[in-house]
Write a protein that binds this ligand. Structure first.
Ligand SMILES: C[S@@+](CC[C@H](N)C(=O)[O-])C[C@H]1O[C@@H](n2cnc3c(N)ncnc32)[C@H](O)[C@@H]1O
Length: 284
């Protein structure tokens, strides 16, 4: 594996997450009362859409690596689902440790045991994953922070033929993406270099290398935009920003309908895409 990402980008990314000024999922840490914990689980039942779509056979009895895991809650969830082993990777140890320090964690609408998880800290497209072999790689909301050819090479390096890669990431060609980026950077929620890509670019990069595309879906046309709007309120009215997320659950049936009937024809109207690839014998 070679280092493909510019060192200055890596340093800025790490600094952004280490300092932890504003964090998109900060609402997870507001879990002091039973009703707050109830709302967190309810919001995650919709936010963690990718977990609902991930076939359990890609996790159960598998060695699973999450690249750019941030808060290790999803790895703790995979362990609860019966993964043989879970391994995390991230650039920013302080950010991940903050997640480990939580007495409770949550994923996909449920509480998960706050267990320890082995970590490989460092740039996933550099040396951080050297010598590792896994059955499944997941990367949720992080690929747009990474160099794409370097990410494909990293997946190829850790997977044996037959292994899988599951990705969920923001849709770069959404009509509101430029506006969303401008607002996100202005409010400090986005890191300086992150850049969402159209799903087709990610698909082309994996297919070029010989991976097989098993699943391509477009997700969350309304509720993720609503979530971001509530987060803009957070610095001024944190309580309101938290409780306003209660409306995400009623938006779920609308998003389900749009995902089934509209997004197959207009995939760039989904705020996020979801892909699963399989590494074939032909992968170079
Ligand atoms: C938006 S957060 C997503 C975290 C988590 N997967 C989630 O869904 O909440 C992006 C994460 O990618 C990590 N990251 C950025 N560049 C990276 C790189 N080159 N290698 C590994 N992790 C990286 C950041 O430190 C951060 O934790």
């Amino acid at each position: 594996m070679t280092t493909t990402t510019n060192q200055a980008v890596i340093d800025r990314e790490r600094a952004h997450y280490q300092v932890h000024g504003r964090y998109l999922l900060s609402f997870l840490e507001r879990d002091r009362t039973e009703s707050e914990r109830w709302l967190i689980r309810r919001v995650l039942a919709t936010w963690d859409r990718q977990l609902a779509l991930l076939p359990s056979e890609l996790i159960r009895d598998r060695r699973v690596l999450e690249i750019g895991c941030g808060n290790p809650r999803v790895l703790q969830y995979f362990a609860a689902l019966g993964a043989a082993e879970v391994i995390g990777n991230d650039l920013a140890p302080a950010f991940v440790q903050r997640g480990f320090a939580r007495p409770h964690n949550y994923a996909a609408g449920r509480a998960v045991a706050a267990i320890d998880v082995p970590m490989r800290y460092g740039d996933a497209t550099g040396q951080a994953l050297r010598g590792l072999t896994v059955d499944t790689v997941t990367c949720f909301q992080s690929l747009h922070h990474l160099d794409l050819p370097g990410f494909v090479a990293a997946c190829n390096g850790v997977l044996a033929p037959g292994g899988h890669v599951a990705i969920s990431d923001p849709t770069g060609d959404h009509p509101l993406r430029r506006l969303g980026d401008a607002v996100g950077r202005g409010s400090g929620l986005l890191s300086p270099d992150e850049k969402a890509r159209p799903a087709r670019e990610v698909i082309a990069a994996f297919l070029d290398r010989g991976f097989e595309l098993l699943v391509h879906r477009s997700l969350n046309p309304t509720l993720e935009i609503y979530f971001h709007l509530t987060e803009l309120l957070a610095p001024y009215a944190p309580r309101l920003a938290f409780w306003a997320k209660a409306l995400m659950a009623p938006l779920r049936p609308l998003d389900d309908w749009l995902e089934a009937h509209v997004l197959p024809r207009r995939p760039h109207w989904g705020w996020r895409y979801f892909l699963i690839f399989r590494k074939t014998e032909a992968v170079r």
